[in-house]
Design a protein around this ligand. Sequence first.
Ligand code: PCA
Length: 323
Amino acid sequence: MRLIKYFLTIFTSLIVFTNVSLAEKWDMALAYGAGNFHSANAAEFAKNVTEKSGGKLTIVTHPGGSLYKGGEIFRAVRTGQAPIGERFMSALGKEDPLLEIDSQPFLATSYTDAMRLYKASKDEIAKSLDSKGLVFLYAVPWPAQGLYSKKEINTLDDLKGLKFRAYNSATIRIAELTGMAPTKIEAAEISQAFSTGAVESMITSPTTGKNKKIWENGVKYFYDIAAWFPKNMIIANKDAWNKLDKATQDLVRKEAALAERKGWQLSKQGNVADKKALAEAGMVVGKVNSILQKHFESVGATMAKEWSAKAGSRGAAVLSAYK
Ligand code: PCA
């Protein structure tokens, strides 16, 4: 009996001292609703890791901001309150301007270019996240961003003073340079913001408009500007990561790569299907006219200069790798 106790004590202290735990449970914070393709994809990633890790790592997803709201997830993962989570990258420009490279208008306007831009920026982004105690796992784009409006928009004057829902610094800047009145609002509050009249326009994907049934809030027009493909990223807390053994870390990396590939496919499908869904719901789906198109392009050119000044030599290096 004594001997057993002795070995048990040694065993327990070994576990404690080497910081290796046999079974970890990770709560995964997701900002978007369970029906969203990003959340569904993350749920599949979590399920695959859980099933294949042989009991060493269980990942439980919490969609719809039920664990932490979108705006809280980065900090929660960084501080270890949540071991893993998903965040909209370009809302984090203040952490690192490279995180908002994917929301610079007209820099990457197709999935092919969005992927090239991602590849050119990924290592530098992962490095800067690492310095903040985070492990970058994968990133998936939203479908192409378009302009939603309650009113028809034909002229620059139609944009003036429009109450505009923004989701990051780039969309705030677009609004400022256009004369719209921006308010930053997380996706979870979109329906309320439109129904109360707090906003009357926004730029986001056909997917988000469809998921929110935005037409039920009096939004009639969708203009497919397709000027950028912003991404969500999945990040883990480095201390939590270091508690996993090598085999489990390898498994998570492998499943992350698969989820990334799947996510890009789902996004492409949504880019077509969700626009169709908006039209089927009675919305007017089309393009902006050439005057407005030129206006947005000139706004994009201004923003490109501003971003380059912020992002410095790191930004320049990524841009030259991309171009
Ligand atoms: N949907 C999210 C981010 C980009 C998108 O397409 C949102 O509107 O907040």
